[in-house]
Design a protein around this ligand. Structure first.
Ligand code: ADP
Ligand code: MG
Length: 250
């Protein structure tokens, strides 16, 4: 579903990604961990067409990000084409980013109605099912300010799912939450994983990585330091940098 080959990304003189190689298989829960500033969010943004890579190659669902192939030649995507690719990828951020002036239900219906031109009736029906799936059917008429952080984040997940993405990206989805609200969000993510959604998850929740993750990558300073099965990497890290990081977060 995702393949990175020697992916480099700089901001001016600042080299942020220094040759990332990795592969995410369909239906896999792929966890990405690493210290602050190591380039995790930047990498997610590259997958999601929000940043252009400087070197290397990056594919999502078999297609080179930012390009389309026509008669053996590569053409850079136009903005409109990029927007259409981005619709296939759901992203959930640390900050919930709901539209404050819309109810939970309206937040979930918004993109299907305005981007996909789905009828309101059909979008409403699907949105209600999605809110039910994240355990918030009873909060449909509530505004974000009337919801807890954990509830807002679950609405944000439902909103991303409403576009029926083939890939979900999570960027520290529980980092801004009070500890007692983290579990509900992780449970929703666990359910998604069980339903076979392909997920790339940047997280500090090592319990989630160990129990739900199929693969885990430790990134530091723009490189993949260590990769493997979560249980292996977390219980038996091979590199000093991984050991030192884990000793701080476990
Ligand atoms: P992480 O998510 O692992 O904490 P980030 O990918 O957010 O790391 O950031 C990696 C580095 O890239 C940081 O030094 C950050 O300041 C820098 N950076 C991220 N985005 C930009 C940008 N748009 N312009 C300049 N520097 C950036
Ligand atoms: Mg980040």
């Amino acid at each position: 579903m995702v393949r990175a080959e020697r992916v480099h990304k700089s901001f001016g003189p600042l080299k942020v990604l220094k040759g990332i190689d990795l592969e995410v298989a369909p239906r896999e829960v792929f966890c990405l961990i690493g210290p602050s500033g190591s380039g995790k969010s930047t990498f997610l943004r590259c997958i999601n067409h929000l940043e252009k890579i400087n070197a290397g190659r990056l594919w999502v669902d078999g297609e080179l990000v930012g390009y389309r192939q026509h008669r053996g030649k590569l053409y850079e995507l136009k903005d409109r084409e990029v927007a259409s690719k981005r619709r296939d990828i759901g992203m959930v951020f640390q900050r919930f980013n709901l539209f404050p002036h819309m109810t939970a239900l309206e937040n979930v219906m918004e993109a299907p109605v305005h981007v996909k031109r789905e009828s309101k009736a059909s979008a409403r029906e699907r949105a209600m099912k999605l809110l039910d799936r994240v355990g918030l059917a009873d909060k449909a008429p509530n505004y974000p300010s009337q919801l807890s952080g954990g509830q807002q984040q679950r609405v944000a997940i439902a909103r991303a799912l409403a576009m029926e993405p083939k890939l979900m990206l999570f960027d520290e989805p529980t980092s801004a939450l009070d500890p007692e609200l983290v579990g509900d969000v992780l449970d929703v993510m666990r359910g998604l994983a069980e339903d076979g959604m392909t997920m790339v998850v940047v997280t500090h929740e090592m319990g989630f990585a160990r129990e739900v993750g199929d693969a885990l990558v430790f990134m530091d300073d723009g490189v993949v330091v260590e990769a493997g099965h979560p249980r292996e990497v977390l219980t038996n890290p091979q590199h000093e940098r991984t050991k030192s990081f884990l000793s701080k977060v476990l």
